[in-house]
Ligand binder design. Structure first.
Ligand SMILES: NC(=O)C1=CN([C@@H]2O[C@H](COP(=O)(O)OP(=O)(O)OC[C@H]3O[C@@H](n4cnc5c(N)ncnc54)[C@H](OP(=O)(O)O)[C@@H]3O)[C@@H](O)[C@H]2O)C=CC1
Ligand SMILES: CC(=O)N[C@@H](CCC(=O)OP(=O)(O)O)C(=O)O
Length: 346
């Protein structure tokens, strides 16, 4: 049994981590970190934990936390983990950061896209990008994980096999993505009010969204060259879920079977990636509450492009579930432990 601490347990990603870890047979949550609710009962902040969690919220003292636990999750705004982590902490506990602080290897690029100074660039090289299906062996040895972003998880996994197999032109990729509002966190923000979001769909961050460089980096590693994409996210009136529809030009004429073989080559043995049957489109509802990524594709012979599709639950595979999957790999647990939730329907 190991002990875990969550800094930012009172946010949506932190809440989801608590939910998953309570169902994990190898983990006890010993620290529910908060900034606004210190000394209040966690179950008073989140009623779903009534009678399940008796603990009170603690502060964000990462150094004290490292003395008590084996693994620390930071589910906090951008910049916080980088400002708290240090060598002593990393020598005592493993850290899984759900923010973007260690996802981008080029610190100048991070500072440009995030508009903040990076407070611990000395750990960027060491951090392992925690996309489990792609970086599994490195994750097992890591002490600091950069847990991938929600849009980058869904986008990269939808496109990866075709890039890796050289079937598409990397510089023709266009990603259209849609997210439920929990992706924006629990903090009150006018664009996320019910009246603003309900019965409405809008694009945001067009050509400027901070996930663009993260996706470009990951796709670039897959094909061994620099990649530039168009990425347009949309906010849609539902709580959870991300749907990605990505387009790219095919380098040559290919059959359904050839493209399918590329997906199967990388994903046939993956517990959490489900390559759907021919002509079946991924749906957010069919992954909701679970760690699954549903992917599929369709070749358009008329335009000589392929359309790649993916769906995840942004709070599970897009955040907390992937963080637990990373923890399982780092501690040598069964990779799927605590992640056996079956998607909720309807
Ligand atoms: N929501 C999502 O779908 C995803 C989120 N992420 C990432 O996870 C992280 C958390 O996101 P999310 O849960 O949505 O955000 P929320 O706004 O819902 O939660 C933020 C959490 O951080 C805490 N917090 C805020 N400021 C500080 C601070 N200065 N010091 C300590 N704690 C602080 C809050 O505490 P309190 O409320 O007690 O003040 C709260 O627990 C972000 O980096 C986000 O980018 C990653 C993938 C997907
Ligand atoms: C709907 C919405 O606002 N989504 C957030 C992305 C989700 C998130 O928290 O970003 P990370 O995955 O990088 O941590 C956004 O667009 O900024």
């Amino acid at each position: 049994m190991i002990k875990a601490g969550i800094i930012g347990a009172t946010g949506y990603a932190g809440n989801e981590l608590a939910r998953l870890l309570l169902g994990h047979k190898e983990v006890e949550v010993a620290w529910y970190g908060s900034r606004s609710y210190i000394d209040q009962k966690y179950a008073d902040v989140y009623q779903n934990f009534f009678k399940l969690v008796d603990a009170k919220c603690m502060d964000d003292n990462m150094a004290a936390l490292a003395d008590e636990v084996d693994v620390i999750f930071t589910a906090t705004p951008q910049g916080l983990c980088a400002s708290l982590v240090n060598e002593e902490i990393l020598s005592k506990a493993k850290v899984i950061d759900l923010s973007a602080d260690f996802r981008i290897k080029d610190v100048k690029k991070y500072e440009k896209w995030y508009g903040i100074e990076h407070k611990s660039p000395q750990f960027i090289d060491e951090a392992v990008y925690g996309l489990c299906e792609i970086n599994r062996e490195d994750i097992k040895k890591a002490r600091l994980i950069a847990n991938p972003g929600c849009y980058p998880t869904c986008s990269t996994l939808s496109i990866y096999p075709l890039l890796k197999e050289g079937l598409i032109d990397p510089n023709t990729i266009i990603i259209d993505a849609k997210s439920g509002t929990s992706g924006a966190g629990r903090g009150a923000k006018v664009p996320n009010l019910y009246c603003e979001v309900n019965e409405n769909i809008k694009a945001y961050g067009v050509a400027t969204h901070r996930h663009t460089p993260e996706i470009e980096d990951q796709l670039g590693y897959a094909c061994g060259q620099e990649v530039m994409i168009n990425f347009t996210p949309h906010l849609i009136p539902m709580n959870r879920g991300i749907l990605v529809t990505a387009y790219a030009s095919l380098k040559k004429e290919v059959s359904y079977e050839e493209v399918r073989a590329a997906y199967d080559k990388y994903y046939a043995d993956e517990t959490f990636i489900r390559v759907l049957d021919k002509d079946v489109c991924p749906q957010t509802k069919c992954v909701e509450g679970s760690n699954y990524v549903d992917v599929n594709f369709k070749i358009d012979p008329r335009t000589k492009r392929v359309i790649m599709m993916g769906a995840i639950d942004n709070l599970v595979k897009g955040a907390a579930g992937q963080a637990v999957q990373n923890m399982n790999l780092m501690f040598g647990f069964d990779e799927a432990e605590g992640l056996h939730q079956i998607p909720m329907l309807p």
